[in-house]
Ligand binder design. Structure first.
Ligand SMILES: [Zn+2]
Ligand SMILES: [Zn+2]
Ligand SMILES: [Zn+2]
Length: 171
């Protein structure tokens, strides 16, 4: 990080302050009170819930520490992680996650369009088959080459053996 740049220095200081705030006992209490007995807003799970802050950049304003006003979300760990990866809970199955811009997850897509999946699978099968064929051909080629090479070697060895006495008699 370039600390000589006032912009990055400001950001880094801000982040430090922000982290200090997040880790303060006061804020932890606030989060705890906010979560209370609310289930995950996405999937309804009660496990490992956290408060996701959608407007971290609003730090410095009083609204930031007011979790209700800043529209914090109660999310379970799984959903929270998905959200930060740019995913959302699939609105159809409410079980898997989907990219934000999609209207369903891959599982639901497969169920809705079985013909697409059939095509995907059959082309996969075909690719596998082709790869197998190519591997077998390569094996046959190398086997043939080895056999030829062996013959060639034997042939040369025979020649060399016949040549050697010649050389010796010359030297
Ligand atoms: Zn959840
Ligand atoms: Zn978050
Ligand atoms: Zn789904």
């Amino acid at each position: 990080m370039d600390v000589s740049n006032p912009q990055t220095r400001r950001t880094s200081n801000r982040r430090k302050k922000l982290n200090r705030l997040w880790n303060s006992k006061e804020h932890k209490e606030r989060v705890k009170a906010f979560i209370a007995d609310r289930p995950c807003q996405w999937c309804g799970s009660m496990e490992y819930r956290t408060a996701h802050h959608p407007y971290r950049s609003s730090y410095g304003e009083d609204i930031y520490t007011d979790l209700e006003l800043s529209q914090c979300m109660v999310l379970c760990r799984r959903c929270h992680m998905a959200l930060h990866k740019g995913l959302k809970l699939c609105p159809i199955c409410k079980k898997h996650y989907a990219p934000f811009e999609r209207d369903m997850c891959f599982h639901c897509y497969c169920e809705k369009y079985p013909e697409v999946m059939e095509k995907v699978n059959s082309s996969k099968e075909k690719r596998k088959e082709d790869q197998k064929k190519a591997r077998h051909e390569a094996y046959l080629k190398s086997k043939k080459w080895k056999e030829e090479h062996k013959e060639h070697k034997e042939h040369r060895n025979g020649k060399d053996a016949a040549k050697r006495p010649d050389k010796r008699s010359k030297g």
